[in-house]
Design a protein around this ligand. Structure first.
Ligand code: M6R
Length: 597
């Protein structure tokens, strides 16, 4: 999703390299265009932008030579207007004395553009980021100062966004947050602002978190926050960040995805210690026990964790829970929600708009809001009455891996606790995860060679492994661009089986309790020419019936086994993406944090 970065320095300096680096750091969010603007001491604006990757556009337009006292960088993920130079950001106002860029979605963009044109403004693009600039221009032209103009503009702009903007004749940079992420910080002889924290870490550890409805007024040595509602000054403590930069570097790994897959044992162990010492766990369990209905709500991978969590609560705690994709939660359950219901909202980023919309509805209905969230300080973390921090550190790669396993582990822990079981059995998990990675990485790489050119695959699971098959299939299509459908294995014969022909790959995500069922499924596929790939614990019958076998270490608990089986599926997707020549960390068209509807 779009990312913005801004800097104001005490003296004119070379800003290009800092802006390019910020672009690199923000690029994990997903983007299709890049742009930079600098404003010199004398107020001259230098604007360079185009569709393309940071490295390519930066080289083509020589961003590295850009100097100034203020700088803005934007990565754009197209929503309003196709990826093109004119739709790239930053944008100028009509006369070229304001320059700025946004992150988010201005939903009344089309209507606003018509208004701006009829008011005589020069509108150059179809992009909603440009509307943010004209919305401010409108009030500057009527004589308002910048803070007042931004406050008024915020009233005209509908949707969720943040933007950064500068005026040629002022030594100030402004930003506003309304729904999209924004964090500011004190750097060396400069202040900085960005859509997210990692991009600020190379420059500062002293940060100021910006909340919705706040304007940031940045001078080289001061960050002031003002309320959009009444213009009043807001006091906020400076936060010292202790996380190391290692978290946002690849280290010895070729890709963040591989690094994050390998981090799973470590973050799982850390999470277990955290859960053992968390007071929120008891509160969450107590709240769930007495609730009329418990909803587990998320999107994409986080939804798959909800699905598996729901199976855990049924099996281990005898508690029925309702897993729901966030948007469907609103559509399907909105009318029936009551004050004694509770929702556990699950999100790596804590900023997914679909999830935040569902929370808004939950709050209107008075239902309890609990959270499973990775990003510290995110909206989900702030609005949850109780939350479990996933403790994964930064997950840079767009495909979620370690955050999925820690989401699932959190649910497994809660279900064991709710059912009065000993959670200590989970301490065998980190070592099993390590062994699984070691055992299956090579096997997955080999299998990927055989599957590299197939256009379509199925992944089948049942019971505990059904959510894992959905997750494995999402991972595969997300980074390999192959079509892969995750299906409940018993539903296969009700339709999808018809597509199977000679060589068609069908992956069986095999739970140890379901061997009979899987053997039948394998034969249904193989007798029609299908290629049966089994992923699971070593088993003579599965081996005899299947064509390929990715084996994980043996574990007595079927619940833990389900968690382990996702690892070879992550690795298979990773190796397939490489084999097909794609960068698994930054798949086309996708974004790490989806802050739009
Ligand atoms: O940040 P979230 O967990 O709320 O994100 C939800 C989905 O967008 C996300 O899980 C997406 O499906 C992943 N990129 C899949 O790997």
């Amino acid at each position: 999703m779009c990312g913005i970065f801004g800097i104001i320095t005490s003296e004119e300096r070379l800003l290009g390299p800092t802006l390019i680096e910020a672009g690199r750091m923000l690029s994990y969010r997903g983007y299709d265009s890049v742009g930079c603007a600098t404003i010199s001491q004398e107020g001259e604006i230098d604007l360079r932008k185009d569709a393309g990757k940071v490295e390519t556009v930066a080289e083509k337009y020589n961003f590295a030579e850009m100097t100034g006292k203020r700088g803005i960088l934007q990565l754009r993920w197209a929503t309003f207007g196709a990826p093109s130079q004119v739709n790239s950001q930053p944008h100028l106002d009509s006369d070229g004395d304001l320059v700025g860029a946004h992150n988010g979605n201005v939903v009344n963009n089309v209507e606003l553009r018509k208004e701006f044109i009829s008011e005589g403004m020069t509108v150059r693009s179809e992009n909603d980021g440009e509307s943010c600039i004209h919305a401010v221009e409108r009030y500057v032209d009527r004589g308002f100062n910048m803070v007042e103009a931004i406050r008024k503009a915020a009233g005209d702009l509908e949707g969720d966004f943040s933007f950064v903007i500068g005026k040629d004749d002022e030594d100030v940079l402004y930003a506003i947050k309304k729904g999209s992420g924004l964090v500011a910080g004190y750097a060396e002889e400069a202040t900085v602002v960005s859509s997210d924290l990692p991009s600020l870490l190379p420059l500062t550890r002293r940060i100021v978190r910006v909340e919705d409805g706040e304007i940031v007024i940045m001078t080289p040595d001061k960050i002031e926050l003002r309320s959009v509602a009444d213009g009043g000054v807001i006091e906020r403590e400076i936060e010292e960040i202790t996380e190391t930069m290692e978290a946002v570097k690849k280290g010895n790994f070729a890709h963040f995805m591989l690094k994050e897959i390998h981090e799973q044992p470590k973050v799982a162990e850390e999470l277990l210690h955290l859960l053992d010492n968390s007071e929120d766990v008891d509160q969450i369990v107590a709240r769930m026990k007495t609730a009329d209905h418990v909803y587990l709500v998320g999107c994409g991978t986080s939804y798959h964790a909800c699905l598996l969590g729901s199976v855990y609560f049924g099996r281990l705690a005898g508690k029925a829970t309702i897993p729901a994709v966030a948007t469907q939660f609103m559509a399907q359950y909105g009318p029936t929600l009551g004050p004694n219901d509770v929702g556990i909202f699950v999100s790596q980023s804590g900023e997914t708009k679909d999830v935040l919309n569902a929370i808004e509805l939950a709050e209107q209905k008075g239902i309890g809001v609990l959270g499973l969230v990775n990003v510290v300080g995110s909206t989900l973390m702030r609005v949850s009455t109780h939350h479990i921090p996933l403790g994964c550190g930064y997950e840079i790669s767009v495909p979620a891996t370690k955050t999925f396993t820690n989401q699932v582990l959190s649910f497994l822990y809660l279900a064991l606790r709710m059912g009065g079981h000993d959670t200590n059995i989970l301490y065998e998990l980190p070592e099993l995860m390590k062994q699984t990675i070691e055992a299956t990485d090579g096997q997955a790489a080999e299998l990927a060679k055989a599957l590299v050119d197939v256009p379509d695959l199925y992944q089948l699971g049942y019971g505990l492994t059904y959510p894992v098959a959905l997750e494995g299939s999402l991972k595969l299509k997300e980074i390999t661009y192959q079509h892969c459908e995750g299906i409940l294995s018993t539903e296969f014969k009700h339709g999808p089986l018809s597509a199977v022909e000679e060589g068609y790959p069908v992956v069986f995500v095999a739970g140890q309790e379901d061997v009979d069922l899987i053997v039948s499924g394998i034969n249904e596929a193989t007798c029609r020419g299908g290629r049966a790939i089994v992923v699971g614990t070593e088993d003579a019958r599965l081996r005899a019936n299947g064509d390929d076998f990715l084996t994980i270490p043996k574990v007595d608990s079927p619940e833990i086994e389900a968690l382990l089986i996702v690892i070879p599926l992550q690795l298979l997707s990773y190796h397939l993406a490489l084999g097909r020549g794609y960068d698994p960390d930054f798949p086309r068209n996708l974004s790490k944090t989806l802050t739009v509807d």
